[in-house]
Write a protein that binds this ligand. Structure first.
Ligand code: NIG
Ligand code: FE
Length: 441
């Protein structure tokens, strides 16, 4: 039920008061109405106030009259929405996608379901389709997938290149990605392209030289696929160090197809995140956990919840282990051992890895459901990892939580609790989202 009480005073989003929230996940422990020791800052019978694209107040209904009046300085809210007892949470932060591509690989998926294993080399068929596509085709694909994600509650998305693999095609990929998100990742080192077959080091020279110089102005991050069949740890280190020297933050694909040195390389270079983590050694797990204790910036949100801030940004933060359960679903590999990471004290994010090869889903609710059902994460851990965890993986402190001052990125579920995200898999449960306070749809 939505009532418009007064016109907004500016062209901005104005103020929106959401009342009657059965269950509000704030990811802001210590806020009004939260319980001690709950990293998700859950508030029942809650109210949320958005103003000027930011969260202005979140807390229990019994405190709302005074708090809202104070926050709005006596103004009436422009819009009031009655959640009718339904659940509200921060918008999902999808910290890992590959959305600049053309074509699909449905035939490869079908063959895999008939017993063929996933191979990194499949990437090259998407490279051929992407190179052959016009800018407008790539833009249309991006828009379609982003709309699909938004309708499922995603309000922040990272987008990688990596299906161009020439200077011009990678420049185009990151330039088009930058039209839709600031979280753009240069992934020239996704796989060695066919024209460089047998000359991987020469391709790495190109990636670290002209390709990086051309792409870096459009990107915030550098990434590399450090895996057998893609790039060796030595080649990966070269790419990541060159990217860091060009001012990019570091993230890494590692441990997808087997154990290797990629995770420790990522931690050693202070990466914001290392993604996949399906195959991990004990040393990898210790390195990921230690990256937070060593830096003294450990956030809440793991099974060993500790006092601290809700989100940590900037240099000195640890390396998030980003798990991508859509990949295991689509490749029939074993799911990553989330409990081993959480129990060791690592910080875990969940992301879709949306791409036409290994995980063609844009659904963060599906990732939450898989993490709970297949990876033994609790509902609270999975929701935290898909919101606050994703924000940490992007070193963002303005999204992934609903403390006052956070970006007004909010999801209203058509369900009384966040548990329904896992309990009702495949059901479109997102009733409404707000992005920077603007409603969608
Ligand atoms: O994250 N692992 C490397 N890259 C993608 C797969 C891309 C593809 O198969 O096209 C991933 O899973
Ligand atoms: Fe990926």
């Amino acid at each position: 039920m939505t009532g418009r009480r007064a016109a907004g005073t500016s062209a901005g989003p104005g103020s929106t008061l959401v009342t009657g929230i059965g269950e509000l996940t704030t990811n802001a422990p210590g806020g009004p109405g939260t319980r001690d020791g709950d990293p998700t800052g859950l508030v029942t019978d809650a109210v949320l106030l958005l103003d000027g694209g930011r969260v202005a107040w979140a807390g229990p209904a019994r405190e709302a009259r005074d708090a809202v009046g104070h926050a709005l300085d006596g103004r009436e809210p422009d819009v009031t929405v009655d959640a009718g007892g339904r659940a509200v949470l921060p918008g999902f932060v999808d910290s890992h996608t590959h959305l600049v591509f053309a074509g699909d690989r449905a035939a490869e998926f079908e063959a895999r379901m008939a017993g063929r294993p996933y191979e990194a080399g499949g990437i090259r068929s998407t490279v051929a389709a992407t190179r052959a596509a016009s800018d407008d085709v790539l833009r249309a694909g991006l828009a379609r997938h982003l709309d699909e994600a938004a309708r499922q509650g995603t309000t922040t998305v990272e987008v990688k290149g990596g299906y161009g693999l020439t200077v011009a095609d990678e420049e185009r990929s990151v330039r088009l990605a930058r039209e839709v998100t600031p979280e753009v990742t240069f992934l020239g080192a996704h796989v060695v392209p066919v024209e460089f077959a047998g000359r991987a080091d020469a391709y790495v020279d190109l990636v670290c030289g002209e390709m990086l110089a051309t792409c870096a102005p459009h990107a915030r991050w550098v990434d590399v696929f450090c895996e057998t069949g893609a790039f060796t740890p030595e080649q990966s280190r070269r790419v990541l160090e060159a990217g860091a020297a060009a001012g990019l933050g570091v993230r890494v694909h590692a441990g997808q197809l087997g154990p290797g040195e990629g995770v420790r390389l990522a931690v050693g270079l202070g990466a914001a995140a290392v993604d996949h983590c399906t195959y991990l050694t004990d040393d990898d797990v210790a390195a990921l956990a230690g990256s937070w204790t060593d830096s003294g910036t450990r956030p809440n949100g793991t099974s060993r919840a500790v006092a601290g801030t809700v989100a940590t940004s900037g240099a000195g933060a640890g390396t998030v282990a980003t798990l991508l359960p859509g990949v295991e679903f689509s490749t029939r590999q074993p799911y990553p051992d989330a409990r081993r990471l959480l129990d060791a004290g690592a910080v875990v994010a969940l992301a879709s890895d949306c791409n036409p090869g290994s995980s063609y889903t844009s659904s963060m609710p599906l990732c939450v459901a898989l993490a709970v059902r297949e990876m033994r994460m609790t509902v609270a851990e999975a929701v935290w990892s898909a919101t606050a965890g994703g924000a940490l993986a992007l070193r963002r402190d303005d999204v992934g939580h609903l403390a006052p001052g956070a970006r007004a990125d909010v999801v209203l579920l058509d369900a009384p609790s966040r548990t329904h995200l896992a309990y009702r898999p495949g059901v479109p449960l997102v009733a409404k989202t707000w992005k920077s306070g603007h409603p969608h749809p």
